[in-house]
Design a binder for this molecule. Structure first.
Ligand code: KG4
Ligand code: ZN
Length: 365
C-alpha cells in the first residue's frame, strides 16, 4: 500500500509518500520557522495562511520525488488532530479535495499517534532498528505535548497514557527559556548547542517533579525560575549563559529519562521509544541510551527527520488504520483535542491517589 500523508497541525507544511513497511518514498517539509521567528512563537493566523500557500506545491513535490502520479497512491492520510484548528483545517480540506477528486480513501490521523510510531519509518540509507516492535513505553516530547504512553500497537485505541505534563510541554519550556535568554525561536536546538559548552553544576536548578511514584511532569516552574534569575541579574553572557543552559537542560532531560525508566519498570516493558522534536536533544538521547544499556532495555530513537514534525509519520499511522479497514468520509473534522485517552489533569491542585482518578471517556478515532 502506498499512502500520501499530509501534515499541517502547527508550523510545518508536510507531504510524504510512505509504503506499508514504513519505507519513505518522499518526505517534503516546508518550515514556517522564519515566518514566526520575529514573534518568538507560532502565530496561528500566519500559520494557516502559509499552509494555504504551501500545501498544494508541497503535495506536488512529494508525489514528484516519489516518482508517482496521484492515481498511483492507494489512499490519503491527513493530520486531523490535535493542533491549531485553522492550520489543521487547511490540511484536512486539502486532503478531502484530493481524495474526492482522485476517488481515493481518506483517513484522519492523530498527530500524537504519528510521533509515537515515527520510529518505524525507514528513510534512504536507514535499516530497521534492532529490537523494534510492540509493546513499548513511548515518551512523546514535543513543543505541544509531553507524555508517557504504554503503546501496544500503532492505533489510537492501543495507546494508553501513563502520565503527562500538568502544564508546559518540554519543548515549550525550552522555547520559552530561550526567549527569556534572548535566543531565537525555536529555542530547543539553540539551548542544546550552548549547553554542550556549559557546566550543569555551576547553576543550581531543581529538577521539576522528580519525586518517585508520579509519572506526571511539570515544566512551568523551572521556566519561571530561569525568568526570575534573568529579571534580577540580567541575561548571562558567554560561559555563564552556557552554564545556565546546561543546568536547565540537565534538569529537564534528567527528569524525562528518570520517569521514562520508572514507567518501564512499572509496566514491566523491555523496550522504550522516543518521539517528538525534543527527542532530537543530544543530552536526552545520551541519558536514555545510557540508562537503557545499564538496565538492559532496548532504546529506539527515530532519526532527526522522523522525530520533528513530518508527514511521513502521518502516512504511516494512516496505513495502520487503513490496514484495519478504517476510513473516514467527507465529514472528517479538524479538532484541537487528541483522540488519545488523557489521565493527567492540567493545572495546579491536589491529585487523587488513583492514576485513573481523572480519566476521561475514551473517544474512538
Ligand atoms: O515535534 P515538533 O517538531 O513539533 C511539535 O509537534 O511541537 O517539536 C518542536 C519542538 C520545539 O519546541 C523545539 O524547540 C524542540 O522541539 N526541539 C528541541 C531540539 N530540537 C527541537 N528541544 C531540545 N533540544 C533539541 N535539540
Ligand atoms: Zn509534533
Amino acid at each position: 500500500m502506498l499512502v500520501l500523508g499530509i501534515e499541517t497541525s502547527c508550523d510545518e507544511t508536510g507531504a510524504a509518500v510512505v509504503s506499508s513497511d514504513g519505507t519513505v518514498l518522499s518526505d517534503v517539509v516546508e518550515s514556517q520557522v522564519a515566518l514566526h521567528a520575529e514573534w518568538g512563537g507560532v502565530v496561528p493566523e500566519l500559520a494557516s495562511r502559509d499552509h494555504l500557500r504551501n500545501t498544494g506545491p508541497v503535495v506536488r513535490e512529494a508525489l514528484a520525488k516519489a516518482g508517482l502520479r496521484l492515481d498511483q497512491v492507494d489512499a490519503i492520510a491527513v493530520t486531523c488532530r490535535p493542533g491549531l484548528v485553522g492550520a489543521l483545517l487547511v490540511g484536512v480540506q486539502t486532503a478531502k479535495g484530493i481524495a474526492w477528486g482522485a476517488g481515493k480513501p481518506l483517513v484522519g490521523v492523530d498527530h500524537l499517534v504519528g510521533h509515537l510510531v515515527s520510529v518505524f519509518l525507514r528513510r534512504e540509507g536507514e535499516t530497521t532498528q534492532e529490537g523494534l516492535g510492540f509493546p513499548y513505553v513511548g515518551l512523546l516530547v514535543s513543543g505541544g505535548h509531553t507524555a508517557l504512553y504504554r503503546v501496544e500497537g500503532p492505533c489510537a485505541d492501543q495507546i494508553h497514557e501513563l502520565g503527562a505534563t500538568r502544564d508546559d510541554a518540554a519543548g515549550e519550556a525550552f522555547d520559552k527559556v530561550a526567549k527569556v535568554l534572548g535566543l531565537a525561536y525555536p529555542g530547543g536546538p539553540r539551548i542544546d548547542r550552548l549547553a554542550s559548552e556549559g557546566d550543569p553544576l555551576r547553576v543550581k536548578l531543581v529538577p521539576p517533579m522528580a519525586r518517585r511514584g508520579s509519572l506526571e511532569f511539570s515544566f512551568s516552574g523551572i521556566k519561571t525560575e530561569v525568568a526570575r534569575r534573568v529579571a534580577s541579574g540580567g541575561v548571562p553572557q558567554g560561559d555563564a549563559l552556557c552554564d545556565l543552559c546546561a543546568s536547565f537542560q540537565s534538569a529537564v532531560t534528567g527528569v524525562l529519562a528518570k520517569k521514562l525508566f520508572e514507567a518501564v519498570e512499572r509496566e514491566r516493558m523491555d523496550r522504550v521509544v522516543l518521539g517528538g522534536g525534543v527527542s532530537a536533544n543530544r543530552e536526552l538521547r545520551r541519558r536514555v541510551e545510557e540508562l537503557g544499556r545499564q538496565k538492559g532495555i532496548a532504546t529506539l530513537v527515530p532519526s532527526l527527520a522522523s522525530a520533528t514534525d513530518n508527514a511521513a509519520m502521518i502516512a504511516y499511522a494512516g496505513i495502520k488504520r487503513l490496514e484495519r479497514g478504517e476510513v473516514d468520509g467527507g465529514d472528517l473534522v479538524a479538532t484541537s483535542e487528541t483522540v488519545l485517552e488523557q489521565l493527567t489533569r492540567k493545572g495546579r491542585g491536589r491529585r487523587g491517589s488513583s492514576p485513573h482518578a481523572f480519566s476521561v471517556p475514551r473517544r474512538t478515532e
